[in-house]
Design a protein around this ligand. Sequence first.
Ligand code: ADP
Ligand code: MG
Length: 253
Amino acid sequence: MLKIENITVEYHGKEILKNIDLEIEKGTIHALLGPNAAGKSTLAKVIMGFPQYKVTSGTIYFEGKDITHYSMEERVKLGITMIFQDPPAIKNVKLKELLGKISKVPIDELLGKIKLNNMVEELLDREVNVNFSGGEKKLSELLQVLSLKPKFLILDELDSGLDLVNLRKITFLIKDEFLNSETSLLIITHRGEILHFLEPHVAHVMVDGEIVCSGDWRYVWKVITTEGYEKCRECRGRIPLFAKRSSSEHSSS
Ligand code: ADP
Ligand code: MG
């Protein structure tokens, strides 16, 4: 579904990502782990097509098409979308007005999917992300991406600003909603809980703008928590990659 071939990325002349290779199949979950400032959010934004990041070499393919030079709007139309780590506030636009414009799903149906508590309905009448708490921003983002029915979704630190109970509810909702529709997920995280909830098929570790290791998330997480991210450099190529799980496994897990 998404294939990144050897891309290098600069921001104002500074190299942020180096020789990144990444392939994410339809209906699979990949996790991207790494210390602060490793380049994780940059990779997410490069996949989305943020114009300030310059892809100086390499190619990004989506469903076999070279999208390296596609605009963000074209990528969203193809089905690529993202939940931002820190989404911007949009003054004078209520969340329900925004959803009314973008949603491919009737709003009632959307709300039915995300009935966590009354919080969601109250948010609809407020300006998008204006003075929202961390958790409210994540709910607002989740509603927006659910409304777009994406084929490929990036979650950039969904776990920041969410308490464990809401994180659990939201991740299970994501699992139900997106995996049943064969959406692929790229989860960017520092924390272990979301890995336990979503059980990614593959975990990648990014250090200093490079993917230094890819493999089974349990093993990768154990190395990170006991020996640190740098140790992951030594694992390169030695961790078995699990094959894509069947859809029956998704629904039973
Ligand atoms: P992560 O998400 O892994 O914490 P980022 O991708 O946000 O890391 O950042 C990687 C590096 O690139 C950092 O050194 C950061 O300061 C720099 N960087 C990324 N985007 C920008 C930007 N828009 N302006 C200035 N520096 C940036
Ligand atoms: Mg980040």
